[in-house]
Design a protein around this ligand. Structure first.
Ligand SMILES: NC(=O)c1ccc[n+]([C@@H]2O[C@H](COP(=O)([O-])OP(=O)(O)OC[C@H]3O[C@@H](n4cnc5c(N)ncnc54)[C@H](O)[C@@H]3O)[C@@H](O)[C@H]2O)c1
Length: 259
């Protein structure tokens, strides 16, 4: 018996990185996973590599697409047990460099996408009397990160949404839990993309990045698995940090201490 046996799970941003690693881990533990992503080619390839999974194209910035997808999942699978809002984009810009395009892009995928996801998952989880919503945040919503200003603001908004949803569900007895996950640097295409841009503009800062602990996507996937499972039945409104102390050591962990 798997740890999430027969649970119906929807993961956004699942074509790559942390979303894909989580899809794999939950499928290994018996879940039926729907991988959703804006990137259809990558998403179909990813779903083909995950046991029993299916792919659904979703642009998380569209509430109409969210509504239709959640309804389709309930029609096909009978319910939605777990939503992992993982899709996100990052833009390297301080407050002084952030223009309206950067601000809107980061917030439309991160903040708006997570809001729509939570709203439509709750719509179907509430009548079922159970469910687990997991929202991807970052250490950027635990500590200040001046170089990714809009991203830190968006992740902080998601952290706040998570707690409000959790408290509502507890107060009203909906049986739905909502938690956030806050990874430090994780080895994914997103982080590698950031490293390349930093290297081009500031090699010393890139070298500094190399001294910070970097985790494996599986480290996050295991946390997502726990929150998705009934083992976490008393965990609601929590901000689960996966960073090997980087938020309490100002981000710097000597390379020889890599885990
Ligand atoms: N990698 C890290 O170090 C790290 C650390 C903390 C938090 N995170 C967060 O984890 C999440 C996943 O990051 P990752 O590192 O796996 O990145 P990634 O770039 O590998 O994957 C992100 C996925 O989101 C998808 N996506 C982007 N816009 C979308 C949209 N509008 N609709 C649907 N899908 C969309 C992309 O196509 C991609 O498949 C993000 O929310 C990110 O902010 C990452």
């Amino acid at each position: 018996m798997g740890r999430v046996e027969n649970k119906v799970v929807l993961i956004t941003g699942a074509a790559s990185g942390l979303g894909l690693a989580s899809a794999r881990r939950l499928a290994e533990e018996g879940a039926s996973v729907v991988l959703a992503d804006i990137d259809e080619r990558l998403g179909r390839e990813a779903a083909a590599s995950v046991d029993g999974a299916v792919f659904e194209q979703l642009d998380v910035t569209s509430e109409a697409q969210w509504e239709a997808l959640v309804d389709r999942i309930v029609a096909q699978h009978g319910r939605l047990d777990v939503l992992f809002n993982c899709a996100g984009v990052v833009r390297l810009a301080s407050i002084e460099q952030t223009d309206e395009d950067i601000w809107r892009q980061v917030h439309s995928v991160g903040t708006d996408g997570t809001f729509y996801g939570c709203k439509h998952a709750l719509r179907v989880m509430k009548p079922a009397g159970s469910g687990s919503i997991i929202n991807m945040c970052s250490t950027a919503s635990i500590q200040g990160m001046p170089g990714v200003f809009a991203y830190a603001a968006s992740k902080s908004a998601i952290r706040g949404m998570t707690k409000s949803i959790a408290v509502l569900c507890a107060q009203e007895g909906y049986g739905v839990r909502c938690n956030s996950v806050h990874p430090g640097n994780m080895d994914t295409p997103m982080l590698r993309g950031v490293r390349t841009i930093v290297e081009e503009h500031n090699p010393a800062a890139a070298a500094g990045m190399d001294r910070i602990w970097v985790g494996e996507p599986l480290d996050v996937a295991n946390m997502v698995l726990f929150l998705a499972s009934d083992e976490a039945k008393a965990v609601n409104g929590a901000a689960m940090v996966v960073d090997n102390t980087s938020t309490i050591t100002e981000g710097v962990v000597p390379a020889e201490n890599k885990v």
